[in-house]
Design a protein around this ligand. Structure first.
Ligand code: NAG
Length: 282
């Protein structure tokens, strides 16, 4: 009898471990490190780090050993020229309607309405991230409807509604594969996606009024909002007053980086009063 109970308890624990996916919670510290060298990443103090999905598995394991959680980045709405699977995207008929429409980040917008064509490619990306032991995903470039390369050049441009459908589809796929996923930018549809995403990552939201506030429901559901502003648009000191004005009171995690190339560590600051919380390094 006792043995049976023990077996049942063990099974219960095992099943729950398999099922439980990690999600970051409000208040946790974060650094955005897409193009930072490994030796520099090791100096980051924060608990949660976003790195590129191309980061080596061994290095991600090292970060875990150091007590970090790792969010892995890739672009979902565009195909970046440097990705291993670029040719697969490029050679799929209809997936890239405008092959002259290269963005300033060397990417091409994907017609993400073409779910059947896209599903195996995106699923493969997610599986690569899971295989590398990433704890969560950040899938970028959902908001084609905000970009002239799509809206002014395509015959039948992607709309806001298409972006919403694409975002929901991505979150369902990630959850089905057993990994958490953050909503990236797309403030215009963020309020409708709070239930679908596990957290949010938001760039430069204070550059327009009331954009940062679009994510306010995330913390209310115990979901963290990581924000990043960049020094390319003025120094920290020049921008901090506006950043606080737009972000205070929501319970976000606020960070700053001197340049948007993200080749160096950023640092955190208190969203409510602008005090720097650390200088990024141990
Ligand atoms: C900002 O808030 C934090 C946390 O409440 C506090 O420790 C810090 O001293 C404050 N800084 C300023 C400049 O008020």
């Amino acid at each position: 009898m006792k043995l049976k109970l023990l077996v049942l308890i063990t099974l219960f624990i095992l099943v729950n471990q398999v099922k439980s996916i990690w999600t970051p919670t409000p208040g946790i510290s974060w650094n955005y490190l897409l193009n930072v060298k490994e030796s520099e990443i090791l100096k980051a103090k924060e608990k949660v780090l976003t790195v590129d999905v191309n980061t080596r598995k061994e290095f991600i394991n090292t970060l875990h050993k150091n007590g970090k959680k790792v969010i892995c980045y890739f672009s979902g709405g565009t195909i970046e020229k440097h990705r291993d699977d670029f040719d697969q995207y490029w050679n799929t008929p209809g997936l890239i309607p405008d092959k002259d429409g290269e963005t300033r980040f060397s990417e091409y917008w994907i017609d993400y309405r073409k779910k059947d064509l896209l599903a195996p490619l995106i699923k493969n990306r997610m599986k690569v991230a899971i295989e590398k032991n990433c704890d969560a995903l950040e899938v970028d470039c959902l908001g084609a409807y905000n970009h002239d390369i799509v809206t002014k050049r395509w015959k039948d441009p992607l709309t806001k509604e298409d972006a919403y459908v694409f975002a929901k589809w991505l979150s369902a796929m990630a959850h089905q594969l057993g990994i958490s996923i953050g909503l990236k930018n797309v403030a215009g549809i963020a309020p409708r996606l709070v239930n679908d995403f596990d957290f949010a990552i938001v760039e430069s939201c204070s550059m327009s009024k009331n954009v940062c506030a679009k994510y306010e429901d995330f913390p209310k559901q115990g979901k963290v909002v990581f924000t990043i502003h960049y020094g390319d648009y003025g120094s920290f000191n020049e921008q901090v007053k506006t950043m606080v004005e737009e972000q205070k009171g929501f319970g976000y995690t606020c960070t700053f980086n001197i340049k948007d190339d993200l080749k160096q560590l950023g640092y955190g600051y208190n969203c409510d009063n602008g005090s720097k919380t650390n200088l990024g390094k141990k």
